[in-house]
Each structure stands twice: as C-alpha cells, then as structure tokens.
Design a protein around this ligand. Sequence first.
Ligand code: PGA
Length: 244
Amino acid sequence: MSTTLIANWKMNGDAGRAREWAFTINRQLADAPAHVQVVLCPPNPYLSIAGMALPGNARLKLGAQNCHAQTNGAFTGEVSAAMLKDCGCAYVILGHSERRVMGERDADVLAKAEAAIAAGLTPVICVGESQSEYEKEAMKDVLSAQLASIKGLPLGAYLIAYEPIWAIGTGKTPSELEIAAAHSHIKTVLGSGVHVLYGGSVKADNIGKILEIDSVSGALIGGASLEIISMGALITAAAMRVRK
Ligand code: PGA
C-alpha cells in the first residue's frame, strides 16, 4: 500500500515557489522509499509552471483543487477536468469543506467526480464533520450522508480524504482512535478496498503517529505543505513508515 501525501496550497503561493518546490521535492522523493508519493495541488495558474520543473519519470504528481462537471461551454471562470488533465494533472481535490461552504453540494461533488474520472483524473473526495456535529457525536451520520451519493463510483477510481472541519487550520487533531473509527466507517460504507487519507492540521510532528494507523493511506496537508522545508520533513516522516 502506498503513502500518498497531497499538498493543498489553497489560494497561496506564487510562480517562483511552484517551480522551486516542484524541483526540490521531486529530488527529495528520488531518495524516499517507493511507497511514498506526493501530489502537488497549487492554484491552477501554477500547474504548468510546476509541471515544467519536473523531469521525466517524476515521482511527484500534479493535482488541482476543483473542476467543473461539464467538459466545456459557457461557464466563465471555470475549468474542466479534461483541461486539467491536458495541463498535466493526475488528481483533483473535490468537495473540500472550504468549497462546500461556498455552496457545493453532494450532488455537485458526484457530478464533478464523474467528470474527473471520465477525463482520466483521480478525484480526492473530502468528507468530514463540523465542530458542532463532532460535539453531538454525529460523525458517522455526517459521513454516511456525504458518502451516499458517491457509492456508485468505481472503487479504486478515487480517494477519500477524511477531514474533520474542526481540525482544518486549527492545530487540533482527532485522537488516533477517532481517526481509525472514521476511516473504518468510510470503508464500511464504500467498501474495504477504498483508500482513505486523513487531513486537518497534519504537521511533521504528528504525521508519524497518524501514519501508524493501519487504515490511513496518506495525508491531505494544507498549511504545512507550503514551505519546502516543512514538506520535506513530512516526506522524511512518511518515509519512516513501516509498510505492512
Ligand atoms: P491544514 O489544511 O493542513 O492547514 O489543516 C488541510 C486542508 O484543508 O486540506
């Protein structure tokens, strides 16, 4: 099983950072064990710039942070999955909580995921409960509702990222038992073969413990993925993971 680290830059970074980050992290990956994979998801304008810094046989893949459900048309400001594929993307993050608060619904996430798979991209579908849902111990119900629409997608064609909203950018993380319980619930709903990542305040000093959880296939990392040094430390920690 591989360990996938997804760097979600959100609306941060610039051209120089995209170039340097891609070049440096790709070189570091050459020395990491084969189970460690990295996906860089910068803002769309920097995808091609990052791609140009990657020589052939790159162990570092590119991903986008969203796509439109249609292939083309009169959708000003939008980008299709096929366009992302054309720019060198292999992955696309979908249903991130920061997009769900902008109005993205489960049905939109499904339509985008279908478009992404049809275009040859692997969607990384984000699910997770809010602080108040967590306090009401409603994590399983929230996940079940979010996952219901995507149950028909071919297993293996997508990844799930369990991202409790209360852990994103807050420095708080669930306990290892809580992460394991959420991942186990996701696998019960979708099938045991689904690969599930964890996201929310992942840092170099906690990723080791998180990756010790058997059901965790990797991490979706926001803030700590921006700096080359802290991303490098995350890769070093992931490289020490003992794969079973
Ligand atoms: P964070 O963000 O690592 O900064 O908490 C994670 C995410 O939003 O994907």
